[in-house]
Structures are given as C-alpha cells and as structure tokens.
Design a protein around this ligand. Structure first.
Ligand code: SF4
Ligand code: SF4
Length: 292
C-alpha cells in the first residue's frame, strides 16, 4: 500500500479539485483522506455518506470549581496568557486564551482547578460516490491542534487501507508549509505538488519543495493553468528538471474546472474535455511513478 499526498505551497491552485479527480479515478482501489482539516472541502466533490463519526479530543483547558476556590488570586498571577479574568468577583477561565499549560492547576492551594480534555473536532469515515472509503474531519471553531487531527485522519486511513487491502491512500494535504503539512507528509511514499504559473506560485513551490526534500520523498508536479503564463510555466519546468521532480502534467486553463466544481462534480465526471483526458493520463502516470 502506497501513500500519495497532494500539496501546494499556496491555496487556490486547484489542489483539491485535482485530488478529488484522482480519488474518483482510483475508485474502490483507494482510501481517500482529507487532511486539509483547517478548510476541509473535499466532501463537496466526493459526496460522502458520513457513515461513522467520532469526537476528537486533544489538548486540555483549565476549569475552576467555584465551590472550592478560596479566591487567593494565585492562579491569575501566574497565568502568562491572561486567561483568568475576574467576573462577578469570581476567578474564571477564558477558554479562548487558555493554552492548557496547567500551571494554575499545579499551584492552586485549594486544588480547585482541573485540567479538562478538549473536544476540538470530529473525524468521519464515509463511503463516497466513487466507491472510495473516505476519512475526513472537521476542526471546531477556534480550535487548534490541526496537526494532531491530520495525524489522526492519516492513522485511520492507513488502518482502513491495510484492513481492506487497498493499493493506495490518496491524501489531500493542507496548503502552506506549517504543522498540518508536515503531519501530512510524514510517512508518505509520493508527493504531488500542484502549482500555477505565477511568480507567487513558483516561489511557494520552491518553498514547499524544501520541506519535501527534508522528508526525502519522491515527488511529481502538476502545473495548473500552465498556458496562462508560458514564461513562468517554463521557469517552473526548469526548476523541476533541476530538482529531478517529474513533471506529471501541464493542465490547460479550462472552464470545465470551475463548472464541475460548482455542480459538486470532479473534472473527470463532468462531460468530455481535453482537461479530463489529461487528468486521466496523469493518474496513470502517477501510479507508474509511485510503484516504480
Ligand atoms: S489559585 Fe485556586 S483558590 Fe486561588 S483563586 Fe485561583 S482557583 Fe481560586
Ligand atoms: S492552564 Fe495555563 S494558560 Fe490556562 S489558565 Fe491555567 S495558567 Fe493560564
């Protein structure tokens, strides 16, 4: 079983539409995981059935038992995050400021503070319209720890892929180079970098590839809307050649891309187009690159 992660140095490159199309083509041979948990939207294209859902707990938050509190104020003095305001003459916890360090609970002379595990989101296991098993998640409003949620989604996807003997796990990673991307890359066999021919696109591709290199993962690249700026597309191709990264495909600008998205379909479902044919060829090429 091989893990394929699709990432982009920046948002808006078409990463999720391309990942969903690959997932659609992979059908029942793959488990698909949406690890872009901060802005999960792959479900809009894959239409999962939310067969099984479970709460995800991570990190802790302080809670003050007012019946035990002797109002000494020591907790407020030590909290460096300004998370213990006095409201109606009571020491209280501001959950948005509390970082869960546990210092207040440790020094409270009345043992009035308890650290409570936080429910920061949900993990779903679904069946999609393409026949895939899909693992996806939603992070609670204002919740952090998305790196840990990504790790949980990946772990579930891997267990399911092993249990059902799937050939591939296809992962929609987060944009950027932060903690969730690092978590998405960990343990991957192949990375697909999706970029677009703009100066920012090239810059962010170079930046995210530095990260991929540190993990020593084999990579390929898809240049989306390559024909919109031939000069930068050429610069990207030169960069790929220099770094020995396979140029999987140059996708042309095609309104099919957006039209399919607006009706909740992947590119490969939405009628016949040159774009569809290139995406199908790309999936064949990716499978070859991953397995050889
Ligand atoms: S340290 Fe404990 S007893 Fe003192 S104010 Fe805080 S919660 Fe109350
Ligand atoms: S756990 Fe840490 S951050 Fe939260 S209220 Fe206590 S001291 Fe402040």
């Amino acid at each position: 079983m091989k893990e394929i992660v699709v990432i982009s140095g920046k948002g808006g490159t078409g990463k999720t539409s391309i990942t969903a199309s690959i997932a659609y083509l992979g059908g029942k041979d793959i488990v698909v995981a949406d690890c872009d948990v901060d802005a999960a939207d792959m479900h809009l294209l894959m239409q999962p059935d939310f067969e099984k859902s479970e709460d995800f707990y991570s990190g802790e938050i302080a809670e003050i038992n007012q019946d035990e509190c002797i109002k000494c104020g020591k907790c407020k003095d030590v909290c460096r995050f300004n998370a213990i305001p006095i409201i109606n003459k009571q020491y209280t916890i501001n959950s948005l400021n509390c970082e869960g360090c546990g210092y207040c609970a440790r020094i409270c002379p009345a043992n009035a503070i308890t650290m409570i595990e936080q429910n920061v989101g949900k993990v779903h296991i679904s069946n999609t319209k393409a026949g895939n098993i899909m693992v996806h998640a939603e992070l609670g409003i204002g919740a952090d720890n998305s790196g840990k949620l990504v790790a949980k989604v990946k772990k579930e996807a891997k267990l399911l892929a092993e249990k059902t003997n799937k050939e591939f796990i296809v992962i929609d990673g987060s944009p950027g180079v932060g903690c969730p991307v690092v978590s998405s890359l960990s343990g991957a066999d192949f990375v697909i970098l999706v970029t677009e021919p703009t100066v920012a696109g090239l810059h962010d591709l170079e930046r995210v590839y530095q990260l991929v290199k540190k993990f020593n993962i084999k990579a390929g690249c898809i240049i989306n809307k390559a024909d919109l700026n031939g000069n930068v597309a050429k610069e990207i191709e030169e960069f790929l050649k220099k770094e020995n990264v396979a140029n999987i495909a140059n996708l042309p600008y095609d309104e099919t891309f957006t039209k399919a998205m607006t009706v909740g379909q992947t590119i490969v479902e939405y009628g016949e187009s040159n774009l569809k044919n290139i995406v199908i060829e790309s999936w064949d090429k990716i499978k070859e690159l991953v397995t050889n």
